[in-house]
Design a protein around this ligand. Structure first.
Ligand code: ADP
Ligand code: MG
Length: 455
């Protein structure tokens, strides 16, 4: 086993010395552990099927060549998923650190952070702190709901500082880890030796990043200890960055002195992303996942962005799941496949069903109003009739639905006899243009909106 680890480390070293594109390393750093070395195979554990697929496809040969040269044998690498291993088997050493010496996730950089209305101020503040730590805002307190990029932004500060000054001691910890460290340092038999290590770890920081401070709520002993560390570092003018799922004033069972310290510097929040930001993030993540992001239709991104509105981690999970699904089954990136792949990802199927029922009610309301207004029937609206009046009414109904409820285009298409995305999109553009250029159309639109809203 040790040997497997060693060989993998040597292979990586060699690989890194021969390549310098950082994205290569990123994929390789996904290998979390060497599992075993058996029958000339070194088994490497990877976190998901997509990573496995990409490593096999792009790196297997190179890595095998390297290890075969090193050992002058026929050894090969095999990638396996964590879930394929029996739980009880004890997992050996982490090897991630041999590539990424920083205590920070490699991809959590400013460059990889998309900005929009909801996070711009937090982003700018983090940048400023990273550019001139210790002088501006100390501490920087970043708060917001789960999955909105707090850890990402905090680690980006760390990366930036290290990029410009590799000697700085950037210490990243979570409040949970801090609590565990403190607990180990004080409560075990060997504890007393560890307390020195504990102080050494935290007091030697030039930059201290503390994630999810809300975890300290109600833990008085740890709060006291954190307070001391804070005072110590702050006194030395060392930069401190804290994240939390709520503002410092909203923290419960937290020492007042600590809360007031959190307000000494600058407090910034991250809000929920708007659709534009969600789409930008999806495009960005997609470019990490596949070589040709354009292969995935815009509507797929649109559907995902519509569904996952409050948590960027979930948004990312969705696109990853979709891509993994298509890639591992070797099927095309189609809109239909998103419904299959995503279905499993939605927390409850009922949500979907309810949404459809809900949509149907809304759409019916619009259809009825439009049909009445133009003195035709709802069936006409849904039909294939190309009579000018009917076509116009239909396009208007589609446009109104889009304007009023902004559903995904597919669901509009479905409710108009299975019309495709392009047709729906065309109808919307057409009416939009007419409203701007033709006052009669504008009047129809205004009256119809009024009718529908009064219902
Ligand atoms: P939090 O710490 O607020 O719970 P994270 O920082 O862990 O959230 O972010 C969750 C995921 O969303 C991460 O994978 C992160 O890279 C991604 N993410 C969040 N905000 C952005 C952004 N603005 N641009 C790109 N990725 C983002
Ligand atoms: Mg976090």
């Amino acid at each position: 086993m040790i040997e497997g680890n060693k060989l993998w480390e040597q292979t990586l070293e060699k690989f890194i010395s021969e390549h310098n594109a950082s994205d290569n390393f990123e994929l390789l750093s996904e290998v979390s552990k060497v599992y075993k070395f058996e029958n000339n195979f070194i088994y490497l554990i990877v976190p998901n099927a997509l990573t496995k697929f990409r490593l096999e496809k792009f790196y297997s040969n190179t890595l095998n060549d390297i290890v075969q040269k090193i050992t002058n044998s026929n050894i090969k690498y095999k990638f396996i998923l964590q879930e394929d291993i029996k739980e009880e088997e004890n997992l050996p050493l982490l090897v991630k650190d041999s590539i990424n010496k920083r205590p920070l996730r490699a991809e959590y950089t400013f460059d990889n952070f998309e900005t929009g209305e909801s996070n711009r101020f937090a982003f700018i503040s983090a940048m400023k702190v990273a550019e001139t730590p210790e002088t501006l805002y100390n501490p920087l307190y970043i708060f917001g709901d789960v999955g909105l990029g707090k850890t990402h932004l905090m680690m980006a500060i760390g990366h930036y500082i290290l990029d410009n000054n590799p000697d700085k001691n950037v210490v990243y910890t979570s409040a949970q880890e801090f609590t565990e460290d403190y607990f180990l340092a004080t409560s075990t038999k060997k504890g007393r030796d560890n307390i020195e290590k504990f102080y050494e770890k935290y007091r030697s920081a030039d930059v201290l990043l503390v994630d999810d401070i809300q975890f300290l709520e109600g833990k008085q002993g740890t709060q006291e200890e954190f307070f001391k560390v804070f005072e110590y570092l702050h006194g030395l003018n060392k930069q401190i960055v804290i994240t939390s799922d709520r503002s410092s004033n909203e923290l419960k069972n937290m020492m007042l002195r600590l809360k007031s310290r959190f307000n000494w510097g600058l407090s910034v929040d991250i809000k929920h992303p708007d659709k534009k930001l969600r789409l930008n993030i999806l495009r960005r993540k997609l470019s990490f996942l596949i070589e040709d992001p354009k292969a995935v239709p815009e509507e797929v991104l649109d559907i995902i962005a519509e569904h996952f509105t409050t948590n960027i981690r979930d948004l990312e999970g969705a696109i990853r799941r979709y891509v993994t699904y298509c890639v591992s089954l070797n099927i095309p990136f189609t809109v239909d496949n998103i419904y299959v792949a995503l279905e499993r990802l939605l927390p409850e199927k009922e949500v979907e069903v309810n949404k459809e029922v809900d949509n149907k009610k809304k759409f019916d309301k619009v259809k009825k109003s439009v049909a009445k207004y133009f003195q035709i029937s709802v069936t006409d609206l849904e039909s294939n009739s190309r009579k000018q009046q009917v076509t116009y009414a239909r396009q208007m109904a589609i446009y109104l639905i889009k304007k009023l409820y902004n559903p995904v285009l597919k669901s509009i298409g479905d409710s108009f006899g299975g019309r495709d995305h392009a047709t729906i999109s065309h109808s919307i553009d057409k009416i939009e243009n007419l409203i701007n250029s033709n006052s009669l159309v504008k009047t129809d639109y205004d009256l119809l909106i009024k009718n529908i809203e009064e219902k």
